[in-house]
Structure formats: C-alpha cells, structure tokens
Design a binder for this molecule. Structure first.
Ligand SMILES: O=C(O)CCC(=O)C(=O)O
Ligand SMILES: [Fe+2]
Length: 319
C-alpha cells in the first residue's frame, strides 16, 4: 500500500512517481519474454506474407524491431493491448497475452491503485504499450503517432469521451525500460489537475493541447527505473519527450476506475481486476479478456466513425 504521505502528494500535485513498485522478475521479465515470442511469430508471418525478407531471428530484440520497422511492418499496433480509435478491420492485430494480463492484475500494482481509488477496481480499456524507437529511426509519417514518436501535451480526460468526466480514473504509467529525459520519459505539469479541461485540437494527426496553452516552465520530466510507476489524475496535463537516445523506450500506460463508473470508451471492453466486496467477480482468465477484445473488434470492423473524444477539429480555436 502507499503511505499517507504519498497519497497526500498525489492529491496535491495530481501525480505520484513510485520507483521499484513492481517486481522485475514477477511483473516485468515475463512481459519482455512474451513480446520476444510475439515478435518471433510476427516475423514468421511477415516473411510468409512476403513483407519481410528474413525473420532476423539472430538479432537482439531492439535491432530486430528496427529491421522490421524499416521494412514497413507495423509492429506497434500488433504489439498494442487495445484497438486503435479508428479504421478497425476484422483482422486488426491486438496483443492480449497472459503475461500482459498478469501485469494488469499485478498485486503490487493493484494495492497501490487501491490506496488511490479504493478496493473495487475495474481495468479501463484505455491502455497501450509504447515501444518507441530512437527518433532518428522514425519515418516522417509516424512522428505524430503517439505509439512511436513523442506524445503531445494532453489530459487523459481530454482524449476520452465526456461520459468519464466524473469517473475516478487513474493512469498508471509503467516503465519497462528505464525512462529518462533523454529517451523520452513522461513530463507532467504539477497541480494542473485543478485547472479544468483544456482545449484539445488535432495537430498533425495527434490530439493534444496547443503548445501556446501550456506554460513550458511548468513541465517536470519524470524519470523512472524499470518497474517504477507514475500515477496520475485524469486531468493532469502531461506529454512525453522525444527519444533522443540510441535505444528503445518501453512503457505501458494502464488505467483503472472504480467498478461501475463510465470508462470513456464504452465500445471497448474492460474487466473487474479486483473486488473486495465480490472477489469471485474478478476476471482471472486471459483468454476471456482476449475474447472480449476480439468480440469488440468484430463489432467495430469497418464502422465509419467511432467517436472517442469530444473535440471538433473544425473548432476555430484550433485553426
Ligand atoms: O508514454 C507516452 O508517450 C504517453 C503516455 C500517456 O499519455 C499516458 O500514459 O496517459
Ligand atoms: Fe495520456
């Protein structure tokens, strides 16, 4: 559990960084191993489809990812743990593996979550893995893709539907690799969770708060060691820096809310991660989690427009 001092800091500042919260061997290593074998499978598949010349099986994970990326294979959606917000097809890839499912239900993570939002915990489907290459590797068309390049300033409520404005949503940003200002760690604006919702606009393909509305001197980078977690309030303004290092920057952003509250993405599936009142209602089978996502994908495939936020790109304030 978090200390009362940590809880107080979260309430005051709108965020809280906790290093060494997760256990590397229990929470992080199994996920890394799972992504290694996922990449094995994807490379086999891409070779079979003629999209990749060879599987690059002898290369270490990151070098292999660079080759895959250069060949134009979209590893970032195939790795992601949620569907995209638009252009969903019946075969859009998503990764719902057992190690990621265990991370979502990690007792170490959930006990901290319980300290902040109580013991009835729902896994909110707004979640991603972000394995971001060095900026020099990124193709121009991906610079504004927040799974690959830097993330613009935003509030998580601003990228969800307003149905979740009263939801006690908690974002948990988990460092898999070390996160530093050089490799593109998160940055937050302390106490900005009390400033109300800011205007969000789509700026070259990424929804965010226009830079002129952010007081840059407020920005506080949040470095973390592997297994460290940054918790923040859904109104906390945050973004991420560019990865100027030579290595990949790997994180998960997971979200939780009290059971029964709106998630902000009603078309995507969440699940009960923990319930003190009804322990048996918690989901404990990753195959059911995967089935729910596949079911949502079938329903959303080729749907022309899925509304996932409140903003109107034609707003003159965005011009
Ligand atoms: O990791 C990133 O670049 C962005 C993460 C983010 O916006 C979030 O965790 O809410
Ligand atoms: Fe965010």
């Amino acid at each position: 559990m978090l200390t009362s001092e940590q809880i107080e800091r979260f309430r005051e500042d709108g965020y809280l960084a906790v290093d060494r919260l997760l256990d590397y061997d229990l929470d992080i290593k199994p996920v890394i191993d799972e992504y290694q074998s996922l990449l094995d499978n994807l490379c086999e598949q891409w070779v079979a489809e003629g999209r990749l010349d060879e599987p690059y099986s002898d290369l270490p994970f990151e070098k292999r990812l660079v080759e895959v990326y250069r060949a134009g294979c979209d590893y970032y959606q195939a790795f992601d743990i949620a569907l995209p917000n638009g252009n969903i097809r019946a075969d859009t890839p998503i990764h719902c593996g057992p190690a990621v499912f265990d991370l979502l239900r990690s007792p170490r993570l959930l006990s901290a979550v319980e300290s902040l939002i109580g013991g009835e915990i729902y896994s909110n489907p707004i979640q991603h893995v972000r394995i971001k290459p060095p900026a020099r590797v990124i193709e121009t068309e991906d610079v504004d893709n927040a799974l690959v390049g830097a993330t613009r300033w935003h509030q998580d409520n601003g990228v969800a539907l307003p149905e979740a404005d009263e939801t006690q949503m908690l974002t948990c940003w988990v460092a898999v690799s070390e996160a530093t200002p050089e490799n593109g760690c998160l940055q937050v604006a302390p106490k900005s969770h009390r400033e109300g919702i800011a205007l969000h606009c789509t700026i070259s393909n990424q929804l965010g708060i226009p830079d002129v509305l952010i007081e840059q001197e407020q920005a506080r980078p949040v470095p973390l060691k592997p297994g460290g977690v940054l918790f923040f309030h859904p109104m906390c303004k945050h973004g991420s820096l560019e990865n100027q290092s030579d290595a990949f920057r790997w994180s998960f952003d997971l979200r939780y809310n009290p059971i029964g509250q709106a998630t902000g993405r009603p078309h995507f599936p969440g699940f009960v991660a923990q319930s003190r009142l009804d322990p048996d209602s918690a989901l404990d089978d990753y195959r059911e989690w995967e089935r729910l996502w596949h079911e949502a994908r079938a329903q959303l495939a080729d749907v022309a427009e899925i509304k996932s936020n409140r903003w109107d790109d034609k707003d003159p304030l965005c011009a």
